[in-house]
Design a protein around this ligand. Sequence first.
Ligand SMILES: Cc1ncc(COP(=O)(O)O)c(C=O)c1O
Length: 529
Amino acid sequence: MQGSNDEHAGRDETASHKSQIGGMAPEDFRTLGYRMVDYLCDYLQGCGERPVLSRSAPGEVYAAMPDAAPERGLPDARGWDEVFADLERIVQPGLTHWQSPHFFGYFPCNGSGPAILGELLSAGLGVQGMLWQTSPACTEVEMRVMDWMADLLGLPDAYRFDRSAGRGGGVIQGTASEAALIALVAARRRAVDRGADPASVCVYTSEQAHSSILKAAMIAGLAMDAEDRSRLRLIPTDAQHAMDARALGDAVSADVAAGLVPCFIAATAGTTSAGAVDPLGASAAALREADPACGDAVNPRGWLHVDAAYAGAACVCPEYRGMLDGVEHADSFCFNPHKWLLTSFDCDCFWTSDAAGLTRALSITPEYLRNTASDAGAVVDYRDWQAPLGRRFRALKLWFVLRHFGAEGLRAHIRGHVRLGELFEAWVEADERFELAAPRSLNLVCFACKQAPGEPADAADQRTAALMAAVNETGRAYMTHTKLPTADGGSRYVIRFCPGATGVEEQHVRAAWDLINAAASKLMERPTA
Ligand SMILES: Cc1ncc(COP(=O)(O)O)c(C=O)c1O
């Protein structure tokens, strides 16, 4: 009897010991944690050797996995050998290596050591920051980091919690798409509060705006599908691909004349295709002219949101802040540190100068979330600043990034990449086979094969597309494309080259240029320069 009691006691002790790390023995967690960090160290140091674009065929990864979850779990840390083996066998071949220094596609998705550690810590602490009360540090570290970040970008004090007396402030959203959605919903609420019929509100953005603005309108019920223009206006762009201020003004006036209510303009600072910057001051002026009776804090006009998802990061350098001219008229602004500021996905910094307007649109308080601090209005509850209820402690990774690199390190990171963009631009300009398809924007270079005299535009497009495919095929570089409007009302196929991966250096850009050069020579049957 005694013996069996002892046996039970032993089992209980083992069970509670194991539960210390959520069902994993502490020594196993340590062993595997170190092993995972080693795995990542090796991966991040070596991913430049792997083919950048995954060569996986559709369905290949899916088929490599069993059709049912395992019935029995792993006994201990050694059992994880098979997990690590599967990472190599199943996962790695299905990865496109965004952290490779040979990745020049889309916009980058920067990661960094401190950001990864912040992610790990956030997962480990496992807190939910939906209310201030559910983890005060989760809210207040974020508030402070967002205040710092506003200053680092040279944004107005109206976006800081401390210097706006709480009228404004910042919050971390998952993505710029979510930021656009909540800004739009706040804009609509503002218009309705001022007496507008919700069915009459209109939204404006440029033809070059990111699709997330259209999607926000679709989700908010202001567009039934991506083609619905009944309440969404896509404003034409100028020769630089920026929103045409006059066309915007005309569209707004026409809607006012038709009895509609212009409620939201989404301007872009750094468009996805070519990095163009819309005129922010003129956008605000269009909203003011739409309703001359408004324009102050008591009687605000329509809402101006600035989407600087990519290019906003460059504003850590004072010399690039020209793109923010007029931002003092904006009601909200966002950019993604997860694109170009060394912070792993997901991290979108969103600020508004009208926090009350935002929370009026998003706040809802069921009984089970009531608490003294919230009821007293003494705290920020970030659940009222976003679409979901729950939220991770994302501020940790941004805090670590800021502390590790410092403002100085972030500026050096941006300037280094812009220098690489300039270098690449100079090579394109010096080669008679190519031309810039748009002015370089920071480190984004859009280029294409020159159209030969008498050659149809389609043929030049096909050559550009074939060039890109040939380079990507090598696995030694990866670029993506877009189409840019042309003066004759058509469009042109162009390659976007964006040296923005965390580890990219001049040698990688040179290697990519050599590949482009070789592929072009083959396509155009000329000797390699
Ligand atoms: C200008 C711009 N806005 C928005 C987005 C969407 O970003 P997210 O994935 O954070 O929603 C992008 C993505 O590239 C972008 O370039």
